[in-house]
Design a protein around this ligand. Structure first.
Ligand code: ADP
Length: 595
């Protein structure tokens, strides 16, 4: 049987106490027995002394009687005692051991001195004559006549017999005490080991709880003692801990879900500068993986001075700070640089507190701001050009050209042309703004695309032939039908055909064709014109972007035609594609959802 350490200690303590108690009892008991034995021996000695006194008093010559030494020797042998007759002066007259041999004066012996005073004297001491510890009892007797001089009768017995009897008693009592201790200790050990058995279970369970295993609580069945209560307390603790753990897990999952669904990047930084939490958005914005960020010093992996100083400022001033910075392009952070706005705030109230950083990606916002600024500048510039011309022509007329019959009409025509240009630009701008802002209300109908192209062809065939261009129409049968806003589709085709005519030199050709392609109605306007260089192809759809500014203006172009085409196509759920080769021609293909 394995004894728990607590039981072993208890047993050791018990044994020590038991043995100390046994020792005390042995001490007290032997004291009592010794005293009793001494009392018994003393009363026996007193009886013998009285008998001897009577005998001496009966003798005719008293203590000087010649028969006395032999009598004493015989009496001594019979009783195993020592008898001594001593005169009142302390001279030994006869002794049962030494006979009449002179053993020196005995008047100063303790028992004699006491007997002299009190009649009877008792002492225990070592006998120099017999060389052993003895008990002595002396009795004084008074002189009765001239023959009977007084003196002392002394009876002595060795103390050895009492000491050895006491020793025996002590031995047996000790043996009994040790046997009893061993037996009771054994029984105690068995009972306590059994009653302490659950302790081991509980200590193992507590250890497992310490490492987060709440499922292994000891089952203490059918016990209505403290162990049972402890078992119940453990069960309660288990369910409470499990409940709390579940709540913690739930909370952290909820927090994780919230953090991961956030568009803003969130970082929590320890006071030491290490990242303790980073959500997906933060990782994406900084171009790092979660494992690259968490547990490492932020300012060592993201070397952005603006962010470093904002964090430092927040920690020192215990306030929040804002900063804006551009990301450093890394192999993982593909694409253009992003502009991030960071809001840094205190995380905990410590000497050097941790911080929370919330990152906003403001790249698009900043791009839009730039675009808006550019747009305003572009519009002002574009409107200024025809206005300056109008102003210049009007001034020229005012300064005299009005009366110049050769030029005045030409100048007025120029003013008209520039005003028309201005008007067109404003119309185009307004149309673009309406489409972009979603304000245009499209009247959606089933539009026969072939019909729209036919009308456009008819509208521009004359202009094309004036410019020596071959305008062709290739319609697919059956023609595609698109659910769309007819005027918008007309604008798209018209803008593309006008451009094709404008940018195709004489003798060239422009082809308007239609086709059905799966779910799409396709309109293609192809020309054999000047073409567009590959690097310009994506830019021609931007507002006011022109490959050749002068040529576009001469043609009365506003620089907004293709932007309008793109936005209208997109507003109908379609797209526009450009294929072009410089010097060989361009092909614009518009896809619209087909009915
Ligand atoms: P614009 O009024 O100047 O024609 P657009 O937006 O319609 O403005 O076209 C933008 C620019 O794209 C034009 O200035 C021109 O340089 C180029 N472009 C458009 N269509 C063609 C084409 N068919 N062939 C060659 N270049 C073209």
């Amino acid at each position: 049987m394995k004894f728990p350490r607590a039981v072993r200690r208890l047993l050791l303590g018990y044994l020590i106490i038991h043995l100390l108690t046994a020792g005390f009892f042995v001490f007290v008991l032997t004291g009592i027995v010794r005293n009793q034995m001494i009392r018994d021996a003393r009363s026996k000695m007193e009886a013998m002394a009285s008998m001897l006194v009577e005998h001496v008093e009966e003798l005719p010559a008293g203590n000087k009687d010649a028969s006395l030494p032999a009598y004493l020797i015989r009496l001594g042998e019979e009783t195993e005692m020592r008898f001594t007759l001593i005169t009142a002066e302390g001279i030994v007259v006869a002794d049962s051991v030494t006979g009449t041999q002179d053993i020196g004066p005995h008047g100063t012996r303790e028992e004699i001195l006491v007997a002299k005073k009190e009649g009877v004297g008792f002492s225990q001491r070592y006998s120099a004559t017999l060389n052993q510890p003895m008990m002595y009892l002396a009795r004084r007797y008074e002189p009765t006549n001239a023959n009977h001089a007084g003196g002392f009768v002394r009876v002595a017995v060795p103390s050895d017999s009492i000491s050895s009897a006491i020793g025996d008693i002590q031995k047996y009592v000790w043996l009994f005490a040790i046997a009893l201790s061993a037996l009771t200790a054994l029984l105690m050990a068995v009972f306590s080991a059994r009653s302490m058995q659950p302790l081991d279970l509980f200590s193992q369970a507590a250890r497992r709880i310490g490492v987060g295993q709440y499922d292994s609580i000891p089952q203490v069945h059918h016990r209505d003692d403290e162990w049972g209560e402890l078992g119940e307390a453990f069960q309660q603790m288990q369910s409470e801990l499990t409940r709390r753990e579940e709540r913690l897990v739930e909370n952290s999952q909820r927090l994780e879900a919230v953090l991961s669904s956030m568009i803003e990047g969130v970082l929590a930084i320890e006071p030491t500068g290490e990242v303790m939490l980073a959500n997906g958005a933060a990782c994406r914005m900084l171009g790092l993986t979660h494992s690259e960020l968490v547990g490492r010093k932020l300012l060592e992996i993201v070397r952005i001075p603006e962010l470093s100083s904002a964090v430092e400022k927040t920690q020192i001033q215990r306030t929040f700070s804002k900063t804006e910075f551009k990301t450093i392009t890394t192999p993982k952070l593909a694409g253009p640089q992003r502009t991030l706005k960071a809001r840094v705030s205190i995380l905990a109230n410590q000497d050097k507190p941790g911080v929370a950083i919330v990152l906003h990606d403001v790249t698009e916002l900043r791009q839009l701001e730039t675009m808006r600024r550019d747009f305003v500048a572009n519009v002002s510039h574009e409107l200024k050009t025809p206005l300056s011309s109008i102003k210049a022509y009007a001034e020229t007329l005012r300064l005299g050209a009005l009366h110049d019959d050769e030029k005045n009409l030409q100048f007025v025509e120029q003013i008209e042309f520039q005003a028309e240009m201005l008007n067109r630009q404003i119309q185009d701008l307004l149309q673009l703004a309406r489409v972009e802002s979603g304000q245009t209300t499209f009247a959606m109908t089933d539009v026969a695309i072939n019909q729209v192209c036919q009308t456009c062809y008819e509208q521009f065939s004359e202009i094309a032939s004036e410019r020596n261009l071959d305008l062709k129409l290739e319609l697919s049968e059956p023609g595609p039908i698109s659910r769309s806003d007819r005027p918008s589709i007309e604008t798209i085709v018209k803008n593309l055909v006008v451009n094709a005519i404008h940018y195709t030199p004489k003798q060239g050709s422009v082809t308007i064709s239609t086709a059905c392609e799966e779910d799409w109605a396709v309109i293609t306007v192809a020309d054999t014109g000047i073409g567009i260089a590959p690097e310009q192809q994506s830019r021609v759809f931007e507002r006011f972007y022109r490959v050749d500014k002068a040529r576009s203006r001469d043609m009365g172009g506003t620089g907004l035609g293709l932007a309008i085409v793109k936005h209208l196509a997109q507003a109908h759920g379609g797209s526009v594609q450009l294929k072009s080769q410089l010097g060989k021609g361009s092909q614009f293909q518009v896809r619209l959802p087909r009915v």
